[in-house]
Design a protein around this ligand. Sequence first.
Ligand code: MN
Length: 287
Amino acid sequence: MTKIGIYFAYWTHEWDADFHPFVDKVADLGFDILEINGGTVAHMSSAERKALKAHADDKNLTLSFCFGLPKKFDVSSPDPKVREDGLAFLRRMTEGVGEMGGGNLGGILYSYWPAKMPKEEEDKRPYFDRSVESMKKAVKYAEDNNVVYCMEVVNRFEQFMLNTAAEAIEYVDAVGSPYAKVMLDTFHMNIEEDFIGDAIIRTGDKLGHLHIGENNRMPPGYGHIPWTEIGHALRKINYKGHVVMEPFMMPGGQVGSDIGVFRDLSTGLDIDAEARKALLFMRGVLK
Ligand code: MN
């Protein structure tokens, strides 16, 4: 059975949190995976990481990790010092995840987030090439720590380098390690891909992690994403990886601002019950 998870920030206004209450909540709702902020893990003590991992193990919950590098750690930057700082941070975060047994670390690991292409630039290729050079070094940290880097493809309004599955396939092929994979997200695919199912099928065994969300970032089942097509595509490529929902409904805080939630989509809803409903819906889609 496909493991299905949820991202903790569904319930929060800030990216940093004490994850322990979410371990209990998400396990009790019936999920298999809790996805947490990799950046927070980088700053946790060794004892805190081990305690969180033990708690997750106790609840039979897998942890996965997501992060968008800030501009000061952009591994595609023209500034060699910024790239070097980015690599040092990736190493710290990866070792932190490694201390928790490893797993999938996804997101904008290849550049920074949110980001537009600098106005003076017309060609993103130098950014892509510098990023690949950095990632060839960084992926060794992943290999050493049982971590799989999953390069998240996001829409043009959030990043400029990898907007389609095809671009991400080219990227991970250039990095050339089984520890560097493609990560797709149905919310972003809805904007950029011609056909979502085809993009999944083309990604094939390079797909390392899948975020699911509606076009409006509501929990799956509340929008017009073609779930039947997605279920078919995942079965066709025999996908055995993680599927993590990443709904956002509440405005406010850094999460509301970064994600662009400018109206309360949760009005009148019990968001725990909605998460559970979306989980059951996805179990049907992925069976
Ligand atoms: Mn995502």
